[in-house]
Design a protein around this ligand. Structure first.
Ligand SMILES: [Zn+2]
Ligand SMILES: [Zn+2]
Ligand SMILES: [Zn+2]
Length: 122
């Protein structure tokens, strides 16, 4: 029995269908020589590829990850339009997605679209 709620990301929520040999599994992530997280610039963090925008992103490798260890991957999957657009399979770039625009403009969550975690900066 679990005493605390583990944060469910990657592993349980997304079946392995879209995973290939590339490291999308955060638990197998390792720091990459010559690479860094494209969102925070951390060169020593374990990295995985984002399935949505194909960028290296830092992540937590713990099996039971509490809020993703505060890493960018969780931020990106939870708070970016980039990832939610990908998850909902809208197609095309999220920046010009009409569905996203209608969906998000009807809520006061526009900050999702403006959240810096949407864009790789490094
Ligand atoms: Zn990062
Ligand atoms: Zn993305
Ligand atoms: Zn969309």
């Amino acid at each position: 029995m679990h005493l605390s709620m583990p944060y469910e990301d990657g592993v349980s929520r997304h079946p392995t269908a879209q995973e290939d040999a590339m490291t999308y599994n955060r638990m197998e992530a390792k720091p990459m020589a010559g690479e860094h997280c494209r969102f925070c610039g951390d060169a020593k963090a374990p990295l995985v590829k984002t399935p949505c925008c194909d960028q290296w992103i830092c992540c937590d490798t713990a099996f039971l990850s509490f809020r993703g260890g505060g890493r960018c991957q969780v931020e990106h999957e939870r708070f970016s339009l980039c990832y939610s657009h990908y998850e909902d399979k809208h197609g095309g770039p999220w920046q010009s997605c009409q569905k996203c625009r209608e969906f998000w403009s009807s809520r006061d969550d526009q900050r999702y679209a403006e959240n810096p975690i949407n864009w790789p900066r490094y």
